[in-house]
Design a protein around this ligand. Structure first.
Ligand SMILES: Cc1cc2nc3c(=O)[nH]c(=O)nc-3n(C[C@H](O)[C@H](O)[C@H](O)COP(=O)(O)OP(=O)(O)OC[C@H]3O[C@@H](n4cnc5c(N)ncnc54)[C@H](O)[C@@H]3O)c2cc1C
Length: 356
């Protein structure tokens, strides 16, 4: 039977970031994936990485994640496209919250954050209609990564650290006589391990049941539109988000793809049964188009080039990085929601600190 110190179940960004952090600390790791690297939710992400949040807990997590991204960029050749990220405000309260966020971000060492006046927004996004906008929270150092490339970089580092990755190795069973002694059954054979990490994304609940634990992860369906906005119109365009966390308004988001195309969508928070089904496409596109044209009235020749849906793996109370039960040798890293990629290096490091 194969053996290792740590088995990580799931080759998405959370499993790989955890395996990378664990193997960097000198521990032996084997990552198990039922399909292929990034075949889950990670491969459907649009890869935005940013810190423009309002509460301290969210900012602290992203500050730690940014340290991880800096290491991946500098030491492992991760390509990070720094577009900047603009969160729009529509009231004086929003601006006050943005000023607080800037102060908190700076206290965590995050640079490049500014609260912009409408005139300054016009410089950053010249095509934007400013009616009703009181200002914006601007992160000059934010941007995006290609999710598949990020996973390749993480997998490369795991392998250089001596770790192994098995694809086509679905976990189907688990036995444990006591904490620290696990046998994990996969379609490629059995593995003896001291620690098991559940990083199975939207299927983390099912894998938790295999590990004898209770976990509910809801697969919230979200739609991404790929849009041709016109020749050169997306050149230099930052990510733009017309939504303030906790606000009542349906959120609009957009991030540059090429100089002519963007990815865009609506931030819909669904709960319960409807969370498993994507919004009806026609009504989604109508609502989205109305928002696009309100913000960018000159983009009236924009055309849909394609679309896809994917699940935000959402756990009650936000992301999880730690044991769910009395057994500290079964650890969960899941519930990344719509921001799991940008916090992955922080969650991976948290789990590695617990294990090492
Ligand atoms: C449309 C969309 C856009 C998004 N945009 C962003 C964004 O811009 N920025 C951001 O930060 N986040 C974004 N997200 C969220 C982000 O993609 C997710 O939070 C993150 O990818 C979750 O990673 P994961 O590793 O938990 O899950 P996954 O990537 O799904 O990985 C879990 C893996 O576990 C494997 N697995 C499951 N069961 C088993 C088993 N029994 N045995 C072995 N393997 C198993 C699966 O095959 C899968 O590969 C977006 C998500 C969607 C859907």
């Amino acid at each position: 039977m194969e053996s290792t110190t740590v088995v990580v179940i799931g080759c998405g960004v959370l499993g790989l970031a955890t395996a990378e952090a664990v193997s960097s600390r000198g521990l032996e790791v084997l990552v198990l994936e039922k399909e292929t690297i990034a075949s889950g939710v990670t491969g459907r992400s649009v890869g935005v990485v940013e810190t423009q949040y309002l509460n301290e807990e969210d900012i602290a997590l992203r500050a730690r994640a940014m340290e991880g991204f800096a290491r991946l960029i500098n030491d492992h050749g991760l390509e990070f496209t720094r577009t900047g990220y603009l969160r729009l405000g529509r009231s004086a309260d929003d601006l006050a919250a943005f000023e607080r966020s800037k102060g908190v971000q700076e206290s965590y060492g995050i640079g490049g954050v500014e609260v912009l006046e409408p005139a300054e927004i016009a410089r950053v996004v010249p095509d934007l209609e400013l009616a009703g906008i009181t200002g914006g929270l601007w992160g000059a150092n934010d941007g995006f990564v290609d999710p598949h490339h990020l996973c390749s970089v993480l997998a490369g580092s795991v392998r250089r650290n001596g770790g192994r990755i098995w694809q086509q190795a679905e976990v189907v069973g688990h036995e444990s006589s006591r904490p620290g002694e696990h046998v994990v059954m996969t379609r490629r054979g059995e593995i003896r391990a001291e620690v098991v990490v559940n990083a199975a994304g939207a299927e983390a609940g099912r894998v938790a049941a295999i590990l004898g634990q209770d976990l509910e992860v809801v697969a919230e369906q979200h739609r991404v539109l790929h849009v041709r906005v016109g020749a050169g119109r997306a050149a230099g365009l930052p990510s733009v988000v017309d939504y303030v966390p906790g606000g009542a308004m349906e959120g609009f988001w957009l991030r540059r793809d090429t100089v002519d195309t963007v990815f865009s969508g609506l931030h819909v928070e669904s709960r319960g049964e409807e969370a498993h089904e994507p919004d009806d496409e026609a009504s989604f596109v109508d609502r989205w188009a109305a928002r696009l044209l309100k913000l960018f009235p000159g983009w009236d020749s924009a055309e849909l080039a394609g679309s896809w849906t994917g699940a935000y793996p959402t756990a009650d109370g936000g992301p999880i990085a730690g044991p769910l039960s009395d057994d500290p040798t079964i650890v969960t890293v899941a519930g990344g929601g719509g921001y799991g990629l940008q916090i992955a290096p922080a969650l991976g490091a948290t789990v590695a600190d617990l294990i090492a």
